[in-house]
Write a new protein. Structure first.
Length: 329
């Protein structure tokens, strides 16, 4: 019997309809469209007005199931990568299963910040490769507006709301996930984090007054680590799999900053046409960026394409996944 690999066989996404432009943000914090565009590449992002992370994830799941003609009862496992869960517990996966009728599935949340989707992809693929599961959903979704300080110009301009989902199924043609290199370095935790709400700083009047429930980032430091590590790990996975620049069809990079994406593509020797970039439309949706790229580019992806997904995020966490795209849409 041929080896079973885990392949993405469908992708869908959800973006809240409400658009917030750089000009809108310039009305509430001391910033400008010019600063945001030139430093990050972002022009606009989405903001969920009513609802939560699970609502966005559920919409993405419903779209995927409808598109593939799959009954929700067929889904066996749901992994939700997010830093903005509906609750500390129960998991957002539980809520998504309830909202979409996936009554036969079990699921859990995975928190690896901006690398969450690739960590989820690698985790989910193991359930397929082992033969224990046939239909696994990996979701990356974040409602960053729920933890953004709209008085802090250094963070509120960067992030947005949205998310996406992929279906993993067994493949016997050797397509799907080929390799992954994933890393964590907790010594970087103070450079990008949400200081309060967990067991270090449980919620109190003081933590609220000191605005400790919002995202804090030391941008320059994170930038330096991101630019080095995302480029390095992407080159490393190419080398490990004997891939030359011309063998790679697509880079799917985390959308945190256009300058980080450009540096990664340059290190891999890839021209812009092979790089998925939608940061200008959605900003940084944390765990949502990679599935949203795949969704935006789904029609251009061809069966057999060599695709490298790459991310860097809070924690620090980073890594790359190499896969062979499994279908033509
Ligand atoms: O997705 C997870 C991983 N996260 C990342 O990868 C993000 C990595 N970091 C970055 O992308 C960049 O560091 C930022 C986009 C966050 C910031 O860009 P930067 O070029 O590193 O700017 P900076 O932090 O060095 O700030 C430069 C100046 C400062 O003013 P002074 O001290 O030079 O007077 C900031 O106060 O820009 C100022 N500034 C702003 N000005 C206008 C910071 N934010 C803003 C703003 N509008 N929104």
């Amino acid at each position: 019997m041929s080896k079973i690999t885990a392949a993405i066989t469908a992708v869908h996404g959800y973006l809240p309809p409400n658009v917030v432009t750089n000009h809108d943000l310039a009305k509430i914090v001391d910033t400008s469209d010019e600063w945001i565009r030139t430093r990050t590449g972002i022009i606009e992002r989405r903001k969920l007005e009513n609802g939560s992370t699970s609502d966005m994830a559920a919409e993405a799941v419903k779209g995927l199931l409808e598109k593939k003609g799959i009954d929700p009862l067929e889904i066996e496992l749901v992994i939700v990568a997010t830093v903005t869960p509906d609750y500390t517990f129960p998991s957002t996966a539980n809520v998504v299963c309830d909202k979409t009728g996936m009554k036969n599935a079990w699921g859990y949340d995975l928190n690896s910040a901006c690398s969450g989707f690739i960590f989820g992809l690698q985790t989910g693929s193991k359930f397929i490769e082992s033969g224990t599961h046939k239909k696994v959903l990996v979701i990356g979704a974040d409602m960053m507006s729920s933890i953004l300080d709209y008085e802090d110009r250094t963070t509120c301009v960067i992030f947005g709301d949205g998310g996406g989902v992929v279906l993993l199924e067994p493949n016997e043609e050797g397509l799907g996930i080929q390799d992954a290199i994933l890393r964590t370095d907790g010594s970087g935790r103070q450079y990008l984090y949400q200081p309060a709400g967990g067991s270090v700083n449980p919620p109190t009047v003081r933590t609220v007054e000191e605005r400790m429930h919002f995202v804090k980032q030391e941008g320059k430091t994170v930038f330096k680590f991101a630019v080095t590590n995302m480029a390095e790990v992407s080159a490393e996975i190419m080398e490990k799999n004997n891939l030359k620049s011309e063998d790679v069809d697509w880079l799917v990079p985390h959308q945190a900053n256009l300058r980080i994406i450009d540096a990664t593509a340059q290190r891999m020797g890839l021209p812009t046409e092979k790089v998925m970039i939608n940061i200008q439309k959605y900003g940084n949706t944390t765990a949502g960026t990679l599935p949203l790229c795949l969704w935006d580019w789904e029609k251009q992806l061809k069966k057999g394409d060599n695709v490298i997904l790459s991310a860097f995020g809070g924690g620090f966490t980073w890594g790359a996944v190499y896969l062979k795209w499994a279908y033509n849409s």
